[in-house]
Design a protein around this ligand. Structure first.
Ligand code: ADP
Length: 162
């Protein structure tokens, strides 16, 4: 079996991210969730906070082959460091696909031995994005079903206060 990384901002982690992660955990020997650090200034949560929230969900879901770590720089370097031969990406729509295809070509240029694997969003979660979560919460909307239950209160507290 192969090892994979699943990178992103995860600001915050949503049900859409969790859906991809759970499906990937069944397929791969291990999955490292790489939480992008170098976006601190415009993020709602620090990288360490985002890691902690994701770890809480991973523990609640008992995803024993999933690891979470913050990283900065190139995703291909994280893949090498963790011994992964695969970079996993989730696709919601055609917009995601065209963006991801460009990223895939750049990553192949940098590391031809590391493959990008796409997983289509489950229809139930394809409409969810971290930016929508922030928007909904800012206007007092309910996050139930949009973010994982174990982190719903922590996310709402932070985003409402902003
Ligand atoms: P980025 O800043 O790299 O776009 P995100 O945290 O938004 O990071 O997303 C990380 C990964 O999760 C990306 O591959 C993205 O396409 C995927 N993703 C985001 N939301 C969903 C969703 N609702 N369903 C499936 N995949 C998703």
């Amino acid at each position: 079996m192969t090892k994979a990384i699943f990178t992103g901002s995860f600001d915050p982690f949503t049900m859409g991210h969790l859906d991809i992660l759970k499906r990937a955990a069944l397929l791969f020997e291990s999955v490292t969730v790489g939480v992008l650090e170098n976006m601190e200034k415009r993020s709602a949560f620090t990288a360490q906070e985002r890691c902690e929230l994701i770890r809480r969900v991973v523990a609640a879901e008992t995803l024993q082959n999933v690891h979470v770590e913050a990283f900065s720089g190139l995703a291909v370097e994280l893949a090498r460091r963790t011994g992964s031969d695969c970079m996993l990406r989730g696709l919601r729509d055609a917009g995601d696909l065209s963006y991801e295809q460009r990223l895939e070509q750049l990553n192949l240029h940098l590391a031809p031995d590391i493959q990008t694997i796409y997983m289509a969003a489950s229809p139930a979660y394809a409409h969810i994005s971290s930016s929508a979560i922030k928007e909904i919460c800012a206007w007092g909307g309910n996050l139930e079903g949009l973010v994982p239950a174990p982190i719903q209160i922590s996310i709402a507290e932070r985003l409402i206060k902003r």
